[in-house]
Design a binder for this molecule. Structure first.
Ligand code: GTP
Length: 244
């Protein structure tokens, strides 16, 4: 097997994706799909960290818009990400992948607390590390968590899984003439407000020279393709993209 071009990556999964074909909650079949998608990279020795959203269970911003206190709503959203993390760990175990969940909000009975050095040791031992609970602070998204944790663990890139196969100049679901970008500078994402990730996440990635690979999760084999260095989706900040 050839050496993978990435040593360590951070995969950002949206909570919405965890619904699969359901309206709400967690689709176990989808989790097994994700776990199987990760298998090839895992077996090639790519160190994989994961950050998950919680929107399939609780959307903090929507709850705040409906009158809930924003801080309370955000904490509830953080708890939702922990449920998703435990469910994903269960699916990883089913397909034989070793993993550890770390939470930014301490709940030792349920999972390890986030300790950076320990997370890095787990990665070095080829354990997938799932970072749950967001940054542990309200007003930050799980996209920003992904950028923060990726910088902390020294990831080569962030893999941002989405419903579409990359970044477009307008919504491809409603506009058949939408143009897909293969590469994008960080500044263009911010200036055009392309809504791939929130501006805090993009800025943090830019400041830390972290490329973001935006790709479609539900196309089977995509994670393996990116981990193998294939150019699919859109690369943001590609000037420092760690291709061999
Ligand atoms: P090594 O240091 O390589 O042995 O790592 P390890 O994770 O296998 O060992 P450790 O003894 O730290 O953990 C054993 C198991 O307990 C793993 O499944 C951990 O995820 C889990 N674990 C460790 N610390 C905590 C904690 O604070 N809370 C909970 N709930 N589980 C923990």
């Amino acid at each position: 097997m050839s050496t993978p071009p990435f040593k360590r990556i951070l995969l950002k999964l949206s909570g919405e994706a965890f619904k699969g074909s359901r309206d709400y909650g967690i689709d176990p079949e989808f989790l097994v799909f994700v776990a199987n998608e990760l298998k090839e990279g895992y077996e090639r020795g790519v160190q994989i960290a994961i950050v998950i959203g919680g929107g399939n269970i609780f959307r903090g911003i929507a709850a705040a818009a409906n009158g809930m206190d924003r801080v309370t709503a955000d904490y509830s959203g953080m708890l939702a990400t922990i449920m998703n993390a435990l469910a994903l760990q269960d699916a990883l175990k089913k397909v034989g992948l070793d993993s550890r969940v770390q939470t930014s909000i301490e709940m030792k009975e349920i999972a390890e607390p986030f300790i950076l050095q320990k997370a890095v040791r787990h990665l070095e031992k080829n354990r997938i590390v799932i970072f749950a609970g967001g940054t542990g602070n309200p007003y930050f998204t799980t996209d920003t968590t992904a950028a923060l944790r990726a910088a902390e663990i020294g990831a080569d890139a962030i893999f941002k899984a989405t419903q579409v196969d990359g970044v477009y100049d307008c919504d491809p679901m409603t506009n058949p003439d939408a143009k897909k970008y293969d590469e994008l500078p960080y500044m263009e994402v911010l200036q055009k407000d392309l809504k791939v990730m929130d501006s805090t996440a993009i800025s943090l990635s830019k400041d830390n020279d972290l490329p973001i690979v935006v790709f479609k999760l539900t196309d089977k084999g995509n994670i393996g393709k990116i981990l193998g260095g294939e150019s699919i989706g859109t690369v943001i900040g590609g000037e420092c993209y760690a291709k061999s």
